[in-house]
Ligand binder design. Structure first.
Ligand code: CTP
Ligand code: ZN
Length: 154
């Protein structure tokens, strides 16, 4: 076999846990933040700037011994609507979950309206998803409609 044509994993396979794949490279660390993985004490591998036909450059996160809930998976969709979440048990892919935006997003993203009460008082943010593609999120406090480009995490 010619060098370079081998299909080898860029990040080692895991025995048990979750692999989050097809993350746009530039939001990979934000996905870690959304899932509170920065505080997690089991083995985590992260790879950035891997080649992907669909995304250009993608990121992958592999978390040992943690199985994400559907709620957690759905939060990923705010940043990475094409991500796939693979549940690995005994080295096998047992389940492949596509992320799906929740109808409501509470206290994860900021409102882009500087006058919104959530930016001025201790009030949690709350958005209703009006449209998934393209993303449109309505602030339930000030009625500002935000698009993907306006989104920043709390
Ligand atoms: N994976 C892993 N450890 C395992 C099994 C799989 O880290 N024990 C990773 C693979 O490297 C891949 C992801 O889990 O990033 C999904 O595995 P698989 O479905 O086998 O790969 P693909 O067919 O390439 O997935 P997709 O179709 O979602 O691109
Ligand atoms: Zn607002």
């Amino acid at each position: 076999m010619k060098q370079g044509s081998k299909k080898e994993l860029k990040v080692p396979a895991i025995k048990d846990g979750t692999v989050i794949d097809h993350i746009p490279s530039r939001v990979t660390f934000k996905v870690m933040r959304i899932l509170d993985l920065r505080e997690f004490n089991q083995a985590i591998s992260v790879a950035l700037n891997l080649k992907s036909k669909a995304l250009g450059k993608k990121g992958i996160i592999k978390v040992g011994n943690r199985f994400l809930t559907q709620d957690e998976v759905n939060k990923i969709a705010i940043l990475a609507p094409k991500a796939t979440v693979n549940i690995i048990k005994d080295y096998e892919v047992k389940e492949k979950i596509n992320v799906d935006l929740p109808d409501e997003i509470h206290n994860i993203i900021k409102c882009s309206n500087p006058k919104c009460i959530t930016n001025n008082e201790k009030v949690k943010t709350s958005f209703s998803i009006l449209s998934k593609t393209p993303l449109q999120a309505l602030c339930n406090h000030c009625e500002r409609v935000m698009e993907a480009k306006d989104i920043t995490l709390i």
